[in-house]
Design a protein around this ligand. Sequence first.
Ligand SMILES: CC(C)(COP(=O)(O)OP(=O)(O)OC[C@H]1O[C@@H](n2cnc3c(N)ncnc32)[C@H](O)[C@@H]1OP(=O)(O)O)[C@@H](O)C(=O)NCCC(=O)NCCS
Length: 137
Amino acid sequence: MIRYSDSPDFDPQQLLALFEQADWARGRSVNDIQRMLTETDLLISAWDGIQLVGVGRVLTDYVYRASIWDVIVDVNYQDRDIGKGLVQGILTHASLARVELFWLCTRRYQGFYTSLGFSDKEQTGMVWDRRKQPPLS
Ligand SMILES: CC(C)(COP(=O)(O)OP(=O)(O)OC[C@H]1O[C@@H](n2cnc3c(N)ncnc32)[C@H](O)[C@@H]1OP(=O)(O)O)[C@@H](O)C(=O)NCCC(=O)NCCS
């Protein structure tokens, strides 16, 4: 049975292994993940026994806006409603009950998020990617 948790208190090495499965998260370091865990407002994780099988995390002001990042399910556990459980765990989390608007960015999984009530009709996103900029003086 899959268990969901909102505790960020686990070995960053486990998260590293999960991130390695996604092209957009590959190459992250344990130190940076440790810092990320400390500074993230909410992280929901999914567990099969002691194995981390999915995560999703949130940055928020707890009132007006929340952004959802790094939703990922272990490839061996996909299509079992775990991604849905993670996102619903975020949307229904007591600490976020007042948040007016949740925002996320996805290139390939519009269908997944549409099935959870997200819309791509109202907002368009723009990004500033440090890795693609000329050096700042
Ligand atoms: C996207 C991802 C998190 C979905 O997790 P999952 O556990 O496989 O998805 P679920 O089993 O919870 O699916 C929930 C619903 O979304 C649908 N769905 C899942 N993936 C979908 C896709 N690529 N396109 C359309 N619908 C999809 C499912 O059919 C299901 O619909 P239902 O409730 O009507 O049956 C997972 O595929 C993943 O980790 N992908 C790689 C990492 C990644 O790139 N994440 C995107 C971050 S924006």
